[in-house]
Design a protein around this ligand. Structure first.
Ligand code: TXA
Ligand code: MG
Length: 349
């Protein structure tokens, strides 16, 4: 299938150019589009055939449910069997934005979209192109991240093209996304609001609105016996082709350790990549040093993480070392993704 590519900017949404992708969505086809978190691969959420196409294009297991993107709160009411008070409060506080809520679904939502579950994940994105697509079409759009299953989520249209061209009908290029990590997922279908996937909206922010909010025990690094509640969090994810190690501890020691490991690896013929920050990049002596951002600006680290993981593959790196990024606000989300990418290989110094 020939994939059409449409150019647009966040600053100036061209509604006329959206007519073709809207036509495609209405016919059950697939359109990749930018959101403020990552690019999504969209299809009509209320059509089982469209959801099936999404799984096929991504090579995604069909028991891993999709997130339904909506234009306004009335659309959540249209597909939920109950709308908890907590959903109304979170809507007031964070929507449109990088937060996904899980609620009980009604019969309108096919099980193909929810991976067989009786709950549905819903998000109202804030990206102007995503909003225009949702508002102009009035289609509720099921959209996982627009990557091949197992690859890092796409933060620009070229990443989507790399993974999915010829497999989907259309890509809307809206430039590089803002946040760079997938949305926070909060489960409101049980008694206590529970974060199933950490993201830009953190536990503290949700607690401030709802009074209570816990982390899914399945996310814990210590307790590996409890399964994460979100099916997608159980899979190995975002893994670059080479071997990635996280080196954690006092910064001077981390740098010494990475220099030592990078030297050894280079000498034994490995192609070495290092993830450094603006603050540390000049202190590494071996391998190729990629700067992820600045510790003074944790958003910059989230923003560049997936791009760097993809770059490793492009450059053919075989051994990679990264500093840890347990920054105050979104460090939990960054480390959650980085640990998966590294297959939990952590060296403490
Ligand atoms: O930022 C985002 O959320 C992006 C953009 C495109 O909106 N989308 C995204 O979708 O990250 P995806 O499919 O890559 O991740 C969806 C996650 C998976 O881990 C899935 O298991 C979980 O949401 N999920 C979806 N519905 C669920 C449900 N009913 N119960 C538990 N987990 C659910
Ligand atoms: Mg994904």
């Amino acid at each position: 299938m020939e994939t059409i590519r449409i150019d647009m900017t966040e600053e100036k949404v061209d509604h006329q150019k959206l007519e073709a992708p809207i036509e495609i969505l209405k016919k059950g086809g697939l359109v990749a589009f930018p959101t403020e978190t990552v690019y999504g691969l969209g299809g009509d959420a209320l059509r089982a055939d469209a959801s099936k196409k999404i799984y096929a294009a991504k090579g995604r297991p069909s028991d891993n449910p999709l997130i339904v993107h909506i234009a306004d709160f009335s659309q959540l009411e249209e597909i939920a069997s109950e709308v908890p008070e907590s959903a109304r409060k979170l809507n007031e506080a964070f929507w449109p934005g990088p937060l996904t809520m899980i609620v009980k679904k009604n019969d309108k939502v096919p099980y193909e979209t929810t991976g067989g579950l009786d709950t549905v994940a819903v998000r109202m994105p804030s990206h102007p192109v995503a909003r225009a697509l949702l508002q102009d079409s009035r289609v509720m759009i099921a959209a996982p991240s627009a990557n091949t299953s197992g690859r890092p989520s796409p933060t620009m249209a070229d990443h989507v093209w790399e993974d999915l061209h010829d497999k989907i009908d259309c890509i809307i290029d809206g430039g590089t996304v803002d946040i760079g990590l997938e949305s926070t997922i909060v489960d409101l279908s049980e008694d206590v609001p529970t974060i199933l996937r950490p993201g830009y909206i953190n536990q503290e922010m949700i607690r401030e609105v709802l009074g209570e909010c816990i982390m899914d025990p399945g996310l814990s690094e210590e307790n590996k016996k409890v399964r994460p509640k979100a099916p997608g969090m159980r899979y190995k994810h975002y893994a670059p082709k080479g071997e990635l190690y996280i080196v954690e501890g006092d910064m001077d020691k981390v740098i010494d350790k990475i220099n030592e490991l990078a030297k050894e690896a280079s000498e034994s013929g490995e192609i070495v990549g290092i993830v450094a920050t603006e603050e540390t990049k000049d202190r590494y002596k071996y391998g190729r040093v990629l700067t992820i951002g600045s510790r003074e600006d944790e958003d910059s680290i989230a923003h560049n993480l997936y791009g760097i993981l993809r770059e490793f593959d492009e450059l053919g790196d075989t051994k990679m070392y990264t500093e840890a990024f347990s920054t105050p606000r979104i460090g939990q989300a960054i480390m959650n993704r980085l640990l998966k990418a590294a297959g939990h290989k952590v060296i403490e110094v």
